[in-house]
Write a protein of this length. Structure first.
Length: 67
C-alpha cells in the first residue's frame, strides 16, 4: 500500500519535478553507497529501497513520455 501511494504521488508530479526527484534519489544512493563502503551505514536495506524508488521514478517518466 505504501508503494502504491508513492507511485500515485509520482504520477501527479510534472516532468520537471520527476527529474528533480530522480537527481535527489541518485544523490542519496551515492551517499548511502559511500557510507556503506566506509562502514558507517547502519540500515543497509535503505540502499535497496532507494534503488527501487529510482526505478519507479524512471518508469513514471517513461510512461509520461510514451503517453
Amino acid at each position: 500500500m505504501k508503494t502504491n501511494k508513492f507511485v500515485e504521488d509520482l504520477r501527479a508530479k510534472s516532468n520537471v519535478e520527476l527529474e528533480q526527484e530522480l537527481v535527489a534519489a541518485k544523490k542519496e544512493l551515492f551517499n548511502l553507497r559511500f557510507q556503506n563502503a566506509t562502514n558507517q551505514l547502519e540500515n543497509t536495506s535503505r540502499i535497496k529501497e532507494v534503488r527501487k524508488n529510482i526505478a519507479r521514478i524512471q518508469t513514471v517518466i517513461t510512461e509520461k513520455a510514451n503517453a
